[in-house]
Design a protein around this ligand. Structure first.
Ligand code: PLP
Length: 444
C-alpha cells in the first residue's frame, strides 16, 4: 500500500477515493457508483455537485473569501443571518457563526452561561443533558454528550453534564408505554434540577431526535412540551441541538417545530452548508441577547474563520435552493413512504428490531431477537458489518449507537439527500434490501 500522510478514522483501513458526486450519487476513482443513503453524515441535504451552489461559490470567491470578524463584516454573513432569522420560528434572531457543530453547541453553552452572568447571576454554570446523546467532540461539547465510547478516553477532563434518560420508547427505561407512562423520562429533569439546585443550572440541551448516539430516537408527542415547561418553571434555558435535525432534515427548518416548542438557543450545522462549506451556527433568541446587549455587548467566543464570507455565501445559496425548489415540503411524504417500506422489511428480516425517526432522518435498530429485543453481542460488530456490506453493494448508510447506554446496541441511520426523487428512492429501498439479504446470508 502506498504510504499516506493523512490520518483517517481507522488507520489500517483502505478508503475509496471519491472522484466526484452528482445528485444522490458518489463516484470513486475506480468508477464505482454509490447511492449516498446517509448524505455523508446527514449533511449533503441537497445532494452533490449542485450547479447553483458552485456558481454562488465562484461569485463570492471573485469578491472576497476572508475577512476577520473583529475587523469587518460582510454582505454574505449579514444576508445569511437575516435569512436564518426569517426562516426560524419565534424570536430566534441572533446568529453566531462557527465552523462545525461542536463549535456551535460549545458556543451555545457559553452563551447560556454568559446570559445568567449578565443578569448578575454567577452560580448558574451547569448545562444538563441526557445519556444517549451527542453534541460534539470538543471538550465542552463532549462534556454535554451522553456518549460513552466518545467520552471514555477523556473522562477525567469532562463535566458530568448528562443526567437523565432519553425518551427511548423502544427500550423504555421505566418499562412503560407512551402516553400512559406520563413521560417519566421528561419529568426526571425536574427531579435532577431539584437535587442539584436550579441556582447552579444555566441550561438543558437536547437533540430533538437523537442521532449519532441513538440511531434517530424520536420522542413521543408531548415529551418536549414537558421539558419546556420544566425549564421555564426553574428558569433554565432550553438549548435545542439541531445540528443534525435542523435545516430541513425532518421537513421543517427545526425539528422542534413538529411539537410547537421553541428553544431559547438553537444550533444548526451539517445541512446548513450541506457539505459545500464548513459552517454551523448558534442562534440566540431576543430574550437571551437582551441582557448581553444591555451589558457587556460581546459574546465571549469566536473563531478566526467565524462568519467566513465564503462559507456564508454558500450556506445562503443552500437555503435559497431549499426555498426555491420547495424541497422541505416533500420531505415528510418521502420520509413516511421510506419508513413504511422499512417497517415492512421487519417481516423478511428478523434482525430488524425498531424503525424510527422523522422526515428523512430514519433509524433502524438491529436485534438478535425481534420478540425479546435482545441486542447482538458486541463482538458480532453488526453495525460495522452492515455499513461495510452496504458499501460493497454501493450504498452509504450512517453507523449509529443504540441501547440504553448507547453502546450495547446496533443501529444505522438512513438519511438520503432531501432532493432524492421517486426513482432514486426505489433504488435506495432495493439497495437496503440487498444489504439486509447479504447480512442474512452472512449469518448462516
Ligand atoms: N450535534 C449533533 C446533534 C451532531 O449530530 C453532531 C455531529 O454528529 C454534532 C453536534 C457535532 O458536529 P460536528 O461533527 O460538525 O462538530
Amino acid at each position: 500500500m502506498k504510504r499516506s500522510h493523512l490520518i483517517k478514522p481507522i488507520l489500517d483501513q483502505v478508503y475509496p477515493v471519491i472522484d466526484y458526486g452528482k445528485g444522490v450519487y458518489l463516484f470513486d476513482k475506480e468508477g464505482k457508483k454509490y447511492l449516498d443513503g446517509a448524505s455523508g453524515a446527514v449533511t449533503a441535504n441537497i445532494g452533490h455537485g449542485v450547479p447553483e451552489i458552485i456558481e454562488a461559490m465562484n461569485e463570492q470567491a471573485k469578491k472576497i473569501s476572508f475577512v476577520y470578524r473583529s475587523q469587518f463584516t460582510s454582505e454574505a454573513a449579514e444576508q445569511l443571518a437575516k435569512k436564518i432569522a426569517a426562516l426560524l420560528p419565534g424570536q430566534l434572531n441572533w446568529c453566531f457563526f462557527v465552523n462545525s457543530g461542536s463549535e456551535a453547541t460549545e458556543t451555545a453553552m457559553k452563551m447560556a452561561i454568559q446570559y445568567w452572568q449578565e443578569k448578575g447571576i454567577h452560580t448558574k454554570t451547569k448545562v444538563l443533558s441526557r445519556w444517549v446523546s451527542y453534541h460534539g467532540i470538543t471538550m465542552g461539547a463532549l462534556s454535554m454528550s451522553g456518549h460513552t465510547s466518545r467520552r471514555a478516553r477523556f473522562v477525567p477532563l469532562l463535566e458530568d453534564f448528562p443526567v437523565i434518560h432519553p425518551p427511548y420508547c423502544y427500550r423504555c427505561p421505566y418499562n412503560l408505554e407512551a402516553p400512559s407512562c406520563s413521560f417519566l423520562c421528561a419529568k426526571e429533569l425536574e427531579t435532577v434540577i431539584q437535587r442539584i439546585g436550579p441556582e447552579h443550572i444555566a441550561a438543558f440541551i437536547a437533540e430533538p431526535i437523537i442521532g449519532a448516539a441513538g440511531g434517530a430516537i424520536s420522542p413521543p408527542e408531548g415529551y418536549f412540551q414537558i421539558i419546556r415547561q420544566i425549564c421555564d418553571k426553574y428558569e433554565i434555558l432550553f438549548i435545542a441541538d439541531e445540528v443534525m435535525t435542523g435545516s430541513g432534515r425532518t421537513g421543517r427548518m427545526l425539528a422542534c417545530e413538529h411539537w410547537g416548542v421553541l428553544p431559547d438557543i438553537v444550533t444548526l450545522g451539517k445541512g446548513l452548508g450541506a457539505g459545500y462549506a464548513p459552517i454551523a451556527v448558534a442562534v440566540a433568541s431576543d430574550k437571551v441577547m437582551e441582557p448581553i446587549l444591555n451589558g457587556s455587548k460581546s459574546i465571549m467566543s469566536g473563531h478566526t474563520l467565524s462568519a467566513n464570507p465564503q462559507s456564508c455565501a454558500i450556506s445562503l445559496a443552500v437555503l435559497e435552493y431549499l426555498e426555491k425548489h420547495k424541497i422541505m415540503r416533500q420531505v415528510e411524504e418521502k420520509g413516511n413512504y421510506l419508513k413504511q417500506q422499512l417497517e415492512e422489511m421487519k417481516d423478511s428480516y428478523s434482525f430488524i428490531g425498531d424503525v424510527r425517526g422523522k422526515g428523512l432522518l430514519l433509524g433502524i435498530e438491529f436485534v438478535e431477537d425481534q420478540h425479546t429485543k435482545k441486542p447482538f453481542p458486541r463482538k458480532a460488530f453488526v453495525t460495522q458489518r452492515m455499513v461495510e456490506l452496504a458499501k460493497e453493494i454501493g450504498l452509504i448508510v450512517y453507523p449509529s449507537g443504540s441501547g440504553i447506554d448507547g453502546v450495547n446496541g446496533d443501529s444505522i441511520i438512513i438519511s438520503p439527500p432531501l432532493t432524492i426523487n421517486e426513482q432514486e428512492l426505489m433504488e435506495l429501498i432495493q439497495l437496503i434490501r440487498d444489504t439486509f439479504s447479504a447480512f442474512s446470508k452472512s449469518m448462516n
